[in-house]
Design a protein around this ligand. Structure first.
Ligand code: FMN
Length: 175
């Protein structure tokens, strides 16, 4: 089965996962902007990953536009976010981003990502802090969140290549 991995990543976390998956599955890896409908004819399976921003998988609409009619392809999606892994949130992401949007079945995986607080714009920081407040990350690792103060070298990184194992094993088991 010939597989392509496509990603959209703002800060590099999704890109790292995409490259890891590409390496493990011996698949081609492309940034979403490089992809054309024509290119897809060479592949049987398309894996798309995007960072999650305010519950939306970055790039998913462009990806759907490119692949919506590719009915003969198998589609897998992964989202990369800061949320802890819990089913209610993963189901919510599926409903918002994937359910009823694809003509074919699209399986969804969630991996944890990260962020360099000091590299965010003021608006990004506000949006992210609001999100973190409603998750357990707030207690878990960023106790200073209520003051909005930010040590300049503060990195929150929950990513680990092991998250990608579930997707890789799924593909290998369903090839
Ligand atoms: C402005 C902003 C909003 C975010 N919103 C969410 C969110 O709704 N859910 C989530 O799980 N993570 C959220 N995150 C965390 C990002 O998804 C996380 O940093 C991820 O690693 C980004 O992947 P990327 O670097 O590949 O774009 C947000 C981050 C920022 C900066």
């Amino acid at each position: 089965m010939k597989t392509i991995v496509v990603y959209r990543s703002k800060k590099g976390y999704t890109e790292s996962y995409a490259k890891e998956i590409g390496k493990q599955l011996d698949a081609d890896v492309y940034e979403l902007g490089q992809l054309s409908t024509l290119m897809l004819k060479n592949y049987d399976m398309i894996i798309f990953g995007g960072g999650i921003y305010s519950d939306k998988i970055n790039g998913i609409d462009d990806f759907i536009n490119l692949t919506g009619k590719a009915l003969d392809k198998r589609i897998l999606i992964f989202g990369v976010g800061m949320s802890p892994v819990f089913n209610e949130y993963i189901e919510k992401l599926y409903k918002i981003n994937i359910e009823k949007k694809f003509s074919q079945d699209a399986k969804f995986f969630f991996f944890r990502g990260g962020v360099h607080m000091d590299r965010l714009t003021t608006i990004e920081r506000k949006v992210l802090l609001a999100f973190l407040k409603v998750t357990e990350i707030f207690q878990e690792s960023y106790t200073d969140v209520t003051t909005n103060s930010k040590p300049s070298d503060d990195v929150l990184d929950f990513s680990t290549p092991e998250y990608a194992d579930a997707l890789i094993q799924y593909v290998q088991g369903n090839g």
